[in-house]
Design a protein around this ligand. Structure first.
Ligand SMILES: [Zn+2]
Length: 152
């Protein structure tokens, strides 16, 4: 099978493609020669990613050094107890200003007091729409010994 010679446009496109491939190869060689990140992982191995220019660490490990990862926040649930747990843990870890934490704790204490008071009030107050068993048509329960089943 005899191949035909490329047209002028095809030859130009091929030449450009080869030039791009040569450039990519040269960039890859340079990248492989770049200094490596000096971060040592917990398993004792080095990171091995290219270090940032004029730095000894890669982008990721430099970022971790500058902005250390924060402990993932526990999911916030509804409820004052969850908020209280959160404020106490942030205060304990030193991530929250003590004045702000104090104000939040006071607010939570007030909210918890109100909740407790609301629950206690609700438990003691008869509900307006609740019917007593006789109003609802349910007969009174027999008093034991008076109207109970006959026992020999
Ligand atoms: Zn690294």
């Amino acid at each position: 099978m005899k191949m035909r010679a490329p047209t002028k446009e095809e030859a130009k496109a091929l030449g450009q493609a080869f030039a791009r491939a040569r450039q990519t190869l040269a960039q890859t060689r340079n990248a492989r020669r770049a200094p490596r990140c000096e971060h040592v992982q917990p398993n004792g191995e080095r990171c091995g990613s290219p270090a940032l220019r004029a730095h000894t660490l890669c982008w990721q490990h430099r970022e971790q050094l500058v902005n250390p990862p924060r402990r993932p926040r526990p999911p916030i649930q509804n409820g004052t107890q969850a908020a209280l747990d959160y404020v106490v843990s942030e205060l304990w870890a030193g991530r929250m200003d003590t004045k702000v934490g104090g104000a939040l704790l006071h607010g939570l204490q007030c909210a918890m007091g109100r909740d407790r008071l609301r629950r206690a009030t609700a438990a003691l107050t008869p509900q307006p729409d609740a019917k007593t068993p006789t109003e609802a048509g349910v007969p009174d329960a027999p008093v034991v010994g008076e109207a109970g089943p006959h026992q020999p």
